[in-house]
Design a protein around this ligand. Structure first.
Ligand code: TYM
Length: 355
């Protein structure tokens, strides 16, 4: 009998685990449309994508970042739950991803400390968010506000996440996190070993920068120029009436420039594509005035946000369910985090406790 050549195998090469997504938000009160259109909507899309691709999505409420500026102790407790309610109501499905509170996983601050020891101060001083916030909180600028990007790098690298959905204002912090990963790998990863940390990249939405109603600064709670994610329709419409648009549109028949108008940007986030096109055409031809664009936006925001508002009301009435979701998430994250930390401590030469 002649020996048969083995049949060629069509088996695909063994694949590594699916990429991991990580992102977080500060619990600074109910989220606003900047948080939603710049980041949270992308989180929801990634969770949906994970059903097909197996992406591992982890989302965090970064309470330890929120305490780097003055805050009210009692309010912080409520705000953490409010943030979780917003995530869940916006469509983050806890059966499909992991949701947790940063302070429930102590490895975040441990890793941040190690990063403190390898990153030079000069790089931290260049961070735009630090410059802006230290300007806003001039009376007391904490050391935590200065070292904030190290904790953010730890949040991401602890889970070896490579996809980080954020708004444009966080891109600089992501560059910094990549620099931290490179520094650590260069100094502590043994030759020929797999790098301790992969380099994470931002994933931006189509509307990564939402301006505030004042048209001067990005939308943010601390500037009081925001529309809340859970705000009632009537209040949103009222705020839109006074919202800044294209300063060149002085009269009703002046043609507008949608590309610089925040109302148009918000249409792009929530309106159906055909309407977005209509707004674009009607603005440049001046067949619509700013009031028409705002009214159409008010209608679409109402259609988009009403189900989120209703779901949030339901969840607020069941805080136990929200706490259970967060506890499950923390349990899973502590296990992943400890695995990374064992390797980090070992590579840095720290001796494990006996037993
Ligand atoms: P935070 O809490 O300020 O904002 C949460 C998310 O919302 C985005 N965002 C905006 N996007 C567009 N337009 C706006 N006006 C707007 N305002 C806020 C932010 O870009 C962000 O994605 N340092 C982070 C929190 C953080 C984090 C992390 C993020 C801590 N650790 C790890 C990702 C990964 C922050 O202060 O975001």
């Amino acid at each position: 009998m002649t020996e048969q050549a083995p049949a060629p195998t069509d088996k695909p090469a063994p694949k590594g685990p699916p990429p991991r997504v990580f992102s977080g938000m500060q619990p600074s009160g109910t989220l606003h449309l900047g948080n939603y259109m710049g980041a949270l909507k992308t989180w929801v899309d990634l969770v949906d994508e994970s059903r097909r691709t197996g992406l591992d999505c982890i989302f965090c409420i970064v309470d330890q970042h929120a305490i780097t500026v003055d805050y009210d102790v009692k309010e912080l407790r409520a705000k953490v739950v409010d943030a979780a309610v917003c995530y869940l109501a916006a469509g983050i499905d806890p059966a499909q991803c992991t949701l947790f509170v940063q302070s429930h996983v102590p490895q975040h601050t441990e890793l941040a400390w190690y990063f403190n020891t390898i990153m030079p101060m000069g790089e931290l001083g260049r961070m735009t968010q630090f410059k802006e916030k230290s300007e806003q909180h001039r009376q007391s600028v904490s050391t935590g506000l200065f070292t904030y990007p190290l904790l953010m790098a730890a949040d991401i690298l602890l889970y070896r996440a490579t996809i980080v959905p954020v708004g444009e204002d966080q891109v600089q912090h992501l560059e910094f996190s990549r620099e931290v990963a490179r520094k650590f790998n260069g100094r502590f990863t043994p030759k020929r070993a797999r790098p301790t940390f992969p380099e994470p990249a931002p994933r931006l939405s189509a509307t990564p920068r939402i301006m505030g109603l004042d048209g001067m600064h990005k939308m943010s709670k601390s500037r009081g120029n925001e529309i809340g994610l859970l705000e009632e329709d009537a209040s949103i419409r009222k705020k839109l009436k006074g919202a800044f648009t294209d300063p060149q549109r002085m009269r009703r028949d002046d043609p507008g420039r949608p590309e610089i108008c925040n109302i148009y940007t918000m249409h792009r986030a929530v309106s159906p594509p055909a309407l977005v096109e209509e707004v674009q055409r009607s603005c440049t031809s001046a067949s619509w005035g700013c009031g028409d664009c705002k009214e159409a936006l008010g209608n679409n925001l109402s259609a988009h946000l009403t189900p989120i508002r209703l779901k949030a009301k339901e969840l607020t009435a069941k805080p136990e369910q929200v706490h259970d979701t967060l506890a499950d998430g923390a349990r899973r994250c502590r296990a992943i985090a400890e695995e990374t930390m064992r390797e980090v401590r070992d590579r840095m030469g720290l001796v494990p406790a006996k037993g």
